[in-house]
Design a protein around this ligand. Structure first.
Ligand code: DOR
Ligand code: ZN
Length: 427
């Protein structure tokens, strides 16, 4: 592979533009560099960040290749600035065994646009009854286990899963939703749901599981990761648990950083998601919790759905929204433009912390000589208009349709190879 020079870039948005030379997949020099045979990408003063890592992506393969495949989802990830994604286990068949996780990883490598790490299910068939073979999957390379889409609600199963995760040095990522409290739930339980006549999804259904799991994790001496935090109370619980030394990490989605349940007034199911969009007060708390590190990172919960599963009445629609190609822009809009995070902070929540939580050694690394060249180049000043139909994903269910957003991914580099450039997948 030819050496690569990123010309006129600003690592972490700091200092004057400089050049970065990449050779053999590694950052070889930073400063005034020269290499005659190198491919040159003109940075134009753009911000250089470590490649983004998404702990929560639904790639839908195997089983729902009509909505996304590992190939199309990998392309969406590369275009969104990601160099690694974790593919959730709620596929068909479920990734609750070595065969499926090995297939997902192999297919990801074949596509080669982003590192695809399969998430293993915690329980067989995501049914919450019997633990899946965590040890076998861990041996096959699985670092993160989750029943996402479903909560591991039985406290004894969760306790055992946490105990195994400690022994295997992996992490359990919990979709925190007490199912008895969300039977038939369609929207955040509050004024808006009452007004619209939609059955409520109470904040306490999330908070009670997070509190319980923090206690269980502490008891087991294990690490816990909380998926898609959506409420003020969950942020409070996390703050409390971290203050007393519990090994808990948490993610927030871009949509929960921007959108509120006021969007539901149109009954457009594009806004239906689990956990549901909450209130403006929750959004404010989530932004601050992310800035402070009470919530560790941003994860997309990229959830492609077929037209027939979204273009239907609210109660019949599936929950979920696309996220990979809009995440950076939503973070710029909600966290950078508000002054809550600088670019070092963006690197932390989009790359360094998620890589650390999942134990990836070669992602989320500092931009320094000798480090693997997994990088994202962002134009912070450019804006663009969201068009779901133009996404690399097969599905188009974005709640941000038509919005003009700040922050454009100029290029993505995976181990020294350009995967996306100027909004296109690189040849
Ligand atoms: O909105 C959601 N969609 N939340 C989940 O937990 C699962 C996901 C999906 O798979 O569509
Ligand atoms: Zn979930």
């Amino acid at each position: 592979m030819k050496p690569l020079i990123l010309k006129g870039v600003r690592p972490y948005g700091e200092g004057d533009p400089t050049d970065v030379l990449i050779r053999d997949g590694v950052i070889a020099a930073i400063g005034s560099v020269d290499d005659e045979g190198a491919r040159i990408v003109d940075g134009g003063g753009a911000v250089l960040l470590p490649g983004f890592v998404d702990l929560h992506t639904h790639l839908r393969e195997p089983g729902r290749e009509d909505t996304e495949t590992i190939a199309t989802g990998s392309a969406a990830a590369a275009l969104g600035g990601y160099t690694a994604v974790f593919a959730m286990a709620n596929t068909d068949p479920v990734a609750d065994n070595e065969v499926v996780v090995t297939h997902v990883a192999r297919r990801g490598r074949e596509v080669g646009l982003v590192d695809v790490h399969p998430v293993g299910a915690v329980t067989v068939g995501l049914e919450g009854v019997k633990l899946a073979e965590l040890g076998t999957m861990a041996k096959a390379g699985v670092r993160v286990f989750s029943d996402d889409g479903h909560c591991v609600h039985d406290p004894l199963i969760m306790r055992r899963a946490l105990e195994y995760s400690k022994a295997l040095d992996v992490v359990i990522a919990q979709h925190a939703e007490e199912p008895r409290l969300t039977v038939g739930a369609q929207a955040h339980e509050g004024e808006q749901a009452s007004r619209l006549g939609l059955q409520g999804w109470p904040a306490s259904a999330e908070e009670s599981i997070v509190a319980r799991d923090c206690l269980l994790a502490r008891h087991a001496g294990a690490r816990l990761h909380v998926c898609h935090v959506s409420t003020t109370g969950t942020a409070d619980v996390l703050r409390w648990a971290k203050a007393r030394g519990t090994e808990v990490s948490a993610e927030v989605t871009p949509h929960h950083l921007l959108l509120t349940d006021e969007r539901l007034a149109t009954y457009d199911p594009v806004n239906k998601v689990n956990p549901p969009l909450r209130t403006a007060a929750d959004v404010e708390v989530l932004r601050r919790a992310l800035a402070e590190g009470v919530i560790d990172c941003v994860a997309t919960d990229h959830a492609p759905h077929a037209v027939q599963d979204k273009d239907c009445e609210w109660s019949a629609a599936r929950p979920g929204m696309l996220g990979l190609q809009t995440a950076l822009s939503i973070v710029v809009e909600t966290m950078v433009r508000t002054g809550l995070l600088d670019w070092r902070g963006v690197a932390r929540v989009m790359s360094e912390r998620p890589a650390g939580i999942a134990g990836l050694a070669d992602q989320g690394r500092p931009i320094e000589v000798g480090e693997p060249a997994n990088l994202t180049l962002v134009d912070p000043d450019a804006t663009w208009t969201v068009r779901g139909a133009e996404f690399a994903s097969i599905a188009a269910n974005t709640p941000f349709e038509g919005m003009e957003l700040p922050g454009v991914v100029v290029a993505t580099v995976l181990r020294g190879r350009v995967t996306a450039l100027g909004g296109r997948i690189a040849e």
